[in-house]
Design a binder for this molecule. Structure first.
Ligand code: BES
Ligand code: MN
Ligand code: ZN
Length: 488
């Protein structure tokens, strides 16, 4: 979608936000006057109350500069937060995207509404339809261009660069999550990451031989039942001061999770194509940072594997040796994400001495039970990080909710045969998973774990912002967090 900002412009569709007070804003009132009251008549006839998202369409006379007017409810002006402004842009794209018209101009009053609605429009125009071979022209969207009309168009356009970069990162994350596991597996995934070099990122990819030398038996154990070679991809963005330690973003990239020998039940297993959502969040964020030339040093590290049952697969009872030297008794091969992250977290600390680490993973079904699909779970001992990420979540619309860590939970990982086991038991499944990761974090290292199993893809009703299956959760949150905490 082409997004523009202008003080004035004509488009085939003219859209206006109507507050719950039902009053036409100035630009709409003017059109109402020149069309002999067509807009106010539509509002009266359609019981229009202005509640968020309500829409009324008006066919305009030939003499008007646009062919159609769309009045969209904006709810109460006082409660119109970032998420609601975003939804206004998204709902317009949803309703007008296949209208046959190519251009839409949305009249708004302030810069924040303009940039948020524009990002909503951009996110709503995302499509994942390359695999449909029989799409008719009428199934494809017609809308190509959305222009935000406001007096401070210059400022809005400048601010929008940030939002556009976050939207591009989100779109990339979505595509990675949406791609089927026969086309996106560790090697092809690493190749796609390599392509990001054209945006100025430095990319390095390690294969199994290199990881073996590093002693990464935990990550390699997960991949050993797959015919696909495991990979570790590292992306560097050095936009900050040369001597500043980087922020490290670490992602779980299980390209498909069958559960391994502890095989998952059949129904719904196809969702596990999205078990690389944490890594997609990292890759998408790295693209966003590069696109807007962020003034920070950030390194993204993603462990890419496939968890398959096979004659060579790890068994419950196997003991793996991680790169940190600690041994792990595998009691359930389906608790594989933590095994991957253990070695990637070690590598991040060993080679990058990061200022702070955030890891993201579709780690546990238990987080879906706890928080559903509207917040990611956040785990950290660092109150400052928790507050900063929570704030970035509210600002970006990708919300997080803190859950506890504690030594009582850590005890549940005790093994009879090794330094730890890879599951905790029935209780507090998301917390014991976080405690497991914490065992690979060095003393004094700032670190936060985000369990995104409930938010990486959309269950049930799709919102207009998330038109495909994958939500692309991560880049908007992390880009905001980095901008607010590590740049200038
Ligand atoms: N990838 C899953 C977690 C998951 C579940 C993500 C549902 C998204 C939706 C993870 O690897 C897993 O299988 N976790 C197990 C852990 C258990 C064996 C301790 C789980 O949550 O059941
Ligand atoms: Mn699993
Ligand atoms: Zn998994």
């Amino acid at each position: 979608m082409k997004i523009k900002f202008a003080e004035q412009a004509d488009a085939e569709i003219a859209a206006f936000v109507i507050d719950e007070n039902g009053k036409l804003p100035a630009a709409a009132a003017k059109l109402d006057e020149t069309t002999g009251g067509l807009l106010s008549e539509a509002l009266a006839q359609e019981r229009f109350t202005g509640k968020l998202g309500q829409q009324a369409y008006v066919v305009l006379p030939k003499s008007a500069p646009s062919r159609r007017a769309v009045l969209i409810g904006g709810g109460k002006a006082a409660d119109r937060d970032a998420r609601k402004k975003e939804r206004i842009g998204a709902m317009l794209v949803k309703s007008q995207g296949s209208s046959g018209f190519k251009s839409l101009a949305l009249h708004v009053e302030d810069v924040d509404t303009a940039t948020r609605a524009a990002q909503g429009a951009e996110l709503a125009s995302y499509r994942f339809d390359d695999y449909f071979t029989k799409l008719k022209d009428d199934d494809k969207p017609s809308l190509e261009e959305v222009t935000l009309i406001l007096s401070e168009a210059g400022k809005a356009g400048e601010d929008y660069k940030h939002y556009a970069a976050a939207a591009a990162g989100t779109a990339l994350a979505r595509t990675l999550v949406n791609l089927p596991p026969n086309d996106l597996y560790p090697e092809t995934y690493a190749n796609r990451i390599k392509e990001l070099e054209e945006h100025g990122l430095e990319v390095e990819v390690l294969g199994e031989a290199e990881m073996e030398k590093l002693g990464m038996g935990s990550l390699l154990g997960v991949g050993q039942g797959s015919v696909k070679e495991s990979k570790l991809a590292i992306m560097k963005w050095n936009g900050g001061n040369k001597d500043d330690a980087p922020v490290a973003l670490v992602g779980k990239g299980v390209c498909f999770d069958t559960g391994g020998i502890s095989l998952k039940p059949g129904p719904g297993m196809e969702d596990m194509r999205g078990d690389m959502g944490g890594s997609a969040a990292v890759v998408g964020t790295m693209l966003s940072l590069a696109m807007r030339k962020a003034k920070a040093n950030v390194v993204g590290l993603v462990g890419l594997v496939e968890n398959m049952p096979d004659g060579n697969a790890i068994r419950p009872g196997d003991i793996l040796k991680s790169a940190s030297g600690q041994t792990i008794e595998v009691q359930n091969t389906d608790a594989e994400g933590r095994l991957v992250l253990a070695d990637v977290l070690w590598y991040a600390q060993e080679y990058y001495k990061p200022e702070a680490i955030v890891d993201l993973a579709t780690l546990t079904g238990a987080i879906v039970v706890a928080l559903g699909h509207h917040h990611a779970g956040l785990f950290t001992d660092d109150d400052g990080m928790a507050d900063a990420l929570t704030k970035a979540g509210l600002e970006s619309g990708e919300r997080v909710w803190r859950l506890p860590l504690g030594s009582e939970y850590d005890k549940l990982l005790k093994s009879k045969f090794a330094d730890m086991r890879n599951i905790g038991g029935r209780a507090a499944g998301s917390i014991t998973a976080a405690q497991f990761l914490k065992r690979f974090i060095r003393d004094g290292q700032k670190w936060t774990h985000l369990d995104i199993a409930g938010v990486a893809w959309v269950e049930g009703d799709k919102s207009p912002i998330d038109p495909s299956w994958a939500s692309g959760f991560g880049p908007r949150l992390l880009d905001r967090w980095i901008a607010d905490n590590y740049e200038g």
